[in-house]
Every structure is written in structure tokens, then in C-alpha cells.
Design a protein around this ligand. Structure first.
Ligand SMILES: Cc1cc2nc3c(=O)[nH]c(=O)nc-3n(C[C@H](O)[C@H](O)[C@H](O)COP(=O)(O)OP(=O)(O)OC[C@H]3O[C@@H](n4cnc5c(N)ncnc54)[C@H](O)[C@@H]3O)c2cc1C
Length: 468
């Protein structure tokens, strides 16, 4: 692979030439060796190096920094973790408040580093709008979610309901019935963030090797075709690519997410749509749709993709016509005004899904391996928290970061929950996703019978329950 710009709109927009850094061609020694130059690997390097500048840190990347999900995502930088409510629920109220505050602070922490290090990545903290649109059940779903959030102690300042007229001041969506708004989210240009971070850690003294695929690794060492690293600590930071690593693959499923982007839209169209402050938006369907307005005035819109039998990674992200048509249809249902807008870019990527759909940050002190992942499509912010947490774990510090319910401060990788063997994984995952697609289709038909709507929702809800 060398046509890096074709990977995503974001890489295509970069001004820099994308010349790969030198590969690993020797035997080197390091204190910490990191596999993968995505956000997780680079944030870990950043927080380690800024707190312990004497450490020799190397990052070994198969392609170029930002090749993976970090150069392809939807650019939502969220102040939460996937399914954090389940983990927070188990905590006493005081501790829960501290954990929530830690999560809500993620976009601000990233903003502070960007400012300090001069990384320009179109960061705008406009919050996120979870819209109730397309069918009335979305409003009920979001309001039930709001009740659950309140029970967790989330205040009006964290999540608040916007009626349709209030929403319309920020975003005009067809048939909107309101939205759940949270200020704890920023939008970014993903490739600018990951490439900016790579340059930043290099300036701090971290060595990056690109086009250096790690062929095998074990505690204390890794090997590529051209060289090897002997290290004290090893950090595999490969998220969706864990499927290719026998030690990690039972614990992390590679799932796709796919996006489309319009051409730059006119000021007139944006006056109709809104999103003037860099808000992220989605609607409350189980298809997991998400979008943002880019700094050059495109609309980027994505939805969840599939899983391949045996955890086979998808390499070719030239979307087929059905994949594009589904996303375009979902986008036009929300924004009919975009009917004539040209779709200029389509792309996708692999993300990592942990068995209980909860991220983990783990430290195996005996083997001296640390890892963070299983973000399940919500890793832009989570990887920053992961990098900070791994740095503290590796430095042997007992901090607020290391005392969270998603952290396993002393555990081996094989203690992570395992996915069922094939064909159960494939059958199970696809049955769940198909029930979501079916539900969405039935609910979006305004005149479908009440019993059909209830049945579709019941089935999808049951399947969602199985995921936990
Ligand atoms: C299409 C899409 C949209 C998304 N949208 C959002 C969003 O809007 N908000 C959000 O929070 N999250 C989103 N996510 C998830 C988020 O992008 C990821 O969770 C996050 O980028 C993970 O970062 P990472 O560094 O852990 O992994 P990656 O960015 O995938 O980096 C892993 C790196 O490891 C390298 N690698 C793999 N194997 C090897 C090897 N053997 N040797 C050396 N290097 C190797 C890869 O080349 C890659 O560069 C999205 C993901 C996708 C795919």
C-alpha cells in the first residue's frame, strides 16, 4: 500500500507529502516498544515521554502513522467510553462522580495538549446532538437514555433534552422530534490529529519506524522483516488489527465502519442545516450513524459496517454501491436538501470490539506488557485516556487514572473476556446486526403496523442484550 491519500478524505486533505519514515533495519534496545502508530500508541508515547523524558521509546508501524482507524474515523472526540454507564453503575456515588468527571474532561485534555504542542487539527468543542428523527420511537429511546443518565448522576449540564424548536437553532433535521445534547464532545480532522501527534512525539525524542510490520512479538521483544527491538515494556496498540495477532485475536473482533463525504456545500445549504459550531450529530437508531461538518464545509456521514467470517480483516475499503447507497439514503432521510450533493469520498476502516463491548486498559506486570483497546468505534477520546493510563501503569504510579473500573492494573491478556469460536461469532454478530437493520427498516415505514414495530424492537432489543 502506498497510495495513502486514497485511504480517506482526511488523509487526502493533508498538505504534507506523506513520505514514510525510515523502516526498522537493525537490532535496537528500548525501554518501551509500541506496536502501531495510531492514537493509542502515540498518546502512550506522548504521556510517557513528557513524564519520563529519559525513557527510550520506539514506535513500530506496519504502514504509516494514521494508516489505521485513527486516519479514517468520523472525528468525534467524545468525553465518555463505550458502555461506560455499565461500568460506572457499579461504583459508589462519590467515585462515580470522579470517574464521570475524568471522562468528561477528555476533550478538554486533548484540547490542552493540542494548544501546548501546536497541533492544528480543526478542533472545535461544539458538543454532540443525538437527534430523535425519522421515527417516533427514537424520541422514546433517547428519553429513556436520559432517565438512565440522570440515575447515574449526570446533570443537566452534562446531558439535556432539546425540544424540536431548540434543536432547530443548532441543527435542522427532517422530522426532528428533539435531541439529547451533551457538551462533552469535540470534532476534529482525524488525520491531522494522528499525523500531528506523530510529529510531536518525534520532536520529543521518540523514534518512529514506518513500513515495518511486526511479524511476531513476545515479552521483551518484537521482530520485523528488517530488524528487531529488545525492550523492557511492550505495548501492542493495534486495535482493529488485533485479529492478526494470535495473543489478542480471541479478545477483540474486527468490525468495520463506513463513511461518505459530500463535496463542499454552499453557505446557503449550511444556513438550512446548521452545525455552525462544530457539533457532532447522530440519530438514535441502532445502525450507529454519525456525522460532522468539516472545516471545508462538507458533510461527513457514517454508519456501522459488517464483520467477516473468521475475523478476516477487510483491506479494500472501496465501498460497493450498496454500502454507499445505504449511507446516502440515511443521510438524505435526515437532510433531503442534499439530494443533488455529490459524494466525493467514500471509505471505511476496521475497529476493535471487545467481548462485553467495554474497553479495557491492562497492565501485565510479570510479562511487562500494557495495552488499551476494545473501544468499539468510540476510540478517538478513549485512546487519549488509554495513553495516559498506560503511561501511569508503566511508570508504576497509582493515580486516579489507574483506579478506574475499565483498568486491569495487574492482569494477563488471557484474562480478558474471549469471543466465542467460529461459526458462533459470525452467526451471532450478523444476527444482531441484521436485527438492527430490520428494526430500522420497519420503524422508518411510518405506516407499519404497531405489532410489527413492537416485534422488530423487541427482537433488536433482545439481540442487543445478548451483546452484553
Ligand atoms: C470508519 C471509522 C469511524 C470511526 N469513527 C469514530 C468516531 O467518530 N469517534 C470515535 O471516538 N471513534 C471512532 N472510531 C474508532 C477510532 O477511530 C479508533 O478506536 C481509534 O482510532 C483506535 O486507535 P488505535 O491507535 O488504537 O488503532 P489504529 O488507529 O487502528 O492504529 C493501529 C495501528 O497499528 C498498525 N499495525 C497493525 N498491525 C501491525 C503490525 N503487525 N506491526 C506494526 N503495526 C501494526 C496499523 O497499521 C495502525 O496504524 C472509528 C473507527 C472507524 C474505523
Amino acid at each position: 500500500m502506498s497510495d495513502w491519500r486514497s485511504i480517506s478524505l482526511w488523509l487526502d486533505q493533508l498538505e504534507e507529502p506523506l513520505t514514510p519514515r525510515a523502516p526498522l533495519t537493525a537490532e535496537v534496545d528500548a525501554d518501551v516498544a509500541i506496536i502501531g502508530a495510531g492514537y493509542t500508541g502515540l498518546w502512550t508515547a506522548y504521556y510517557l515521554k513528557t513524564q519520563a523524558p529519559q525513557l527510550r521509546i520506539v514506535v513500530v508501524e506496519a504502514e504509516i502513522a494514521g494508516f489505521g482507524a485513527s486516519g479514517r474515523n468520523g472525528g468525534w472526540l467524545m468525553g465518555n467510553l463505550l458502555n461506560d454507564e455499565r461500568m460506572l453503575h457499579r461504583l459508589p456515588a462519590g467515585q462515580r462522580a470522579a470517574s464521570s468527571a475524568l471522562l468528561h474532561d477528555i476533550p478538554d485534555e486533548v484540547g490542552r495538549v493540542l494548544e501546548r504542542q501546536g497541533i492544528a487539527c480543526d478542533y472545535r468543542k461544539g458538543g454532540v446532538l443525538y437527534c430523535a428523527a425519522r421515527y417516533p420511537e427514537q424520541r422514546l429511546r433517547l428519553q429513556a437514555q436520559l432517565v438512565a443518565l440522570r440515575e447515574l448522576g449526570q446533570s443537566e449540564a452534562d446531558y439535556r433534552w432539546l425540544e424540536a424548536d431548540e434543536l432547530a437553532r443548532q441543527l435542522r433535521v427532517q422530522d426532528a422530534e428533539g435531541a439529547l445534547f451533551s457538551p462533552h464532545c469535540a470534532t476534529i480532522q482525524p488525520a491531522r490529529l494522528v499525523r500531528g501527534l506523530a510529529a510531536c512525539v518525534e520532536r520529543l525524542g521518540v523514534t518512529l519506524y514506518e513500513q515495518s510490520r511486526v511479524l511476531d512479538w513476545q515479552p521483551g521483544q518484537l521482530r520485523t522483516a528488517g530488524g528487531s527491538v529488545r525492550c523492557d515494556w511492550l505495548v501492542p496498540a493495534v486495535e482493529g488489527y488485533a485479529a492478526r495477532m494470535p495473543a489478542l485475536s480471541p479478545h477483540q473482533l474486527p468490525v468495520q465502519s463506513l463513511l461518505i463525504a459530500t463535496e463542499p456545500l454552499t453557505p446557503g445549504i449550511w444556513n438550512e442545516i446548521g452545525l455552525a459550531r462544530g457539533q457532532a450529530f447522530s440519530e438514535a437508531s441502532r445502525q450507529v450513524t454519525y456525522g460532522q461538518r468539516t472545516s471545508d464545509d462538507r458533510l461527513v456521514f457514517g454508519a456501522r459496517g459488517g464483520y467477516r467470517f473468521g475475523g478476516r480483516l477487510r483491506e479494500n475499503f472501496q465501498l460497493n454501491s450498496d454500502e454507499v447507497a445505504l449511507r446516502r439514503r440515511l443521510m438524505l432521510d435526515l437532510f433531503p436538501i442534499l439530494k443533488a450533493a455529490e459524494i466525493t469520498h467514500t471509505w471505511g476502516g476496521n475497529l476493535g470490539m471487545a467481548r462485553r463491548f467495554q474497553p479495557h486498559m491492562l497492565c501485565d506486570r510479570q510479562q511487562r506488557i500494557a495495552l488499551s483497546g476494545g473501544y468499539g468505534g468510540e476510540g478517538v477520546g478513549a485512546s487519549n485516556l488509554g495513553g495516559r493510563t498506560l503511561a501511569d501503569l508503566i511508570l508504576g504510579r497509582d493515580t486516579l487514572l489507574t483506579r478506574q473500573p475499565w483498568v486491569l492494573p495487574q492482569a494477563a491478556i488471557d484474562q480478558l473476556p474471549r469471543w466465542e469460536p467460529e461459526p458462533l461469532r459470525w452467526l451471532g454478530y450478523n444476527a444482531i446486526i441484521n436485527s438492527f437493520v430490520h428494526e430500522d427498516r420497519v420503524l422508518a415505514q411510518r405506516h407499519s403496523a404497531t405489532w410489527r414495530r413492537r416485534l422488530a424492537m423487541g427482537m433488536a432489543g433482545f439481540m442487543e442484550g445478548l451483546m452484553r
